[in-house]
Design a protein around this ligand. Structure first.
Ligand code: NAD
Length: 170
């Protein structure tokens, strides 16, 4: 993995920060993207100890243009994009028996639409490069992708939780 260019969304969060730090420790340059720019900066600072080209991106993935802008900013700053790891997630807390449409819509924008748009933007760059990996995102069970239900290629398994991509999304 050393020398690979990686974008981690939700990089200020629990899973995203762990992924960013782990990949930087293996020599990947990491673009750490999050709505929480201060948090992303802190994680990027840690990443730079092992991967000096790492940097933070502030982005609101609930916006229509956010996902593509995030991917393009990362690819520009890293000089390409080899791996996309999507960990950004919105999880409004509500009483179980009183869910609101507004909260679900807000969650689906980040956990669903943003994942699909970022996947596509990264896919276009990776296709042009002739290489690249988009990992199953933590919240990706909310969307249906062309990989849903397909076995994970052997070379991906080491990097994938497998929990979302080994069964069809619902
Ligand atoms: N932590 C776990 O052990 C675990 C296990 C299994 C699944 N998950 C799932 O993985 C996902 C991530 O988990 P986590 O624990 O890292 O959550 P987290 O809340 O710690 O991190 C989510 C990150 O997404 C960012 N984010 C939210 N809305 C955004 C937006 N509009 N634009 C940009 N960034 C935005 C937040 O700022 C935050 O940093 C969740 O869907 C969670 O349910 C987590």
């Amino acid at each position: 993995m050393a020398g690979r260019a990686v974008l981690v969304s939700g990089g200020a969060g629990c899973l995203g920060a762990a992924a960013a730090r782990a990949l930087a420790a293996r020599g990947c340059a990491v673009a750490v993207a999050d709505r929480d720019l201060e948090g992303a900066e802190r994680v990027a600072l840690d990443c730079r100890e092992r991967a000096p080209a790492s940097f933070a991106i502030g982005v609101d993935l609930a916006t229509a243009e956010g996902p593509e802008r995030m991917v393009e900013t990362a690819a520009e700053g890293l000089g390409g994009l080899d791996v996309l790891v999507q960990c950004a997630a919105a999880a409004p807390v509500e009483p179980f028996l009183e869910p609101t449409a507004e909260a679900w819509e807000a969650a689906l924008l980040v956990n669903g639409r943003a994942c699909a748009l970022a996947d596509a933007a990264a896919g276009r760059i990776m296709k042009a490069q002739g290489r690249g990996i988009s990992t199953p995102s933590a919240p990706s069970a909310t969307r249906r992708s062309r990989w849903a239900g397909a076995p994970i290629p052997r070379r991906w398994r080491r990097w994938s939780s497998g929990s979302c991509s080994t069964r069809p999304a619902t």
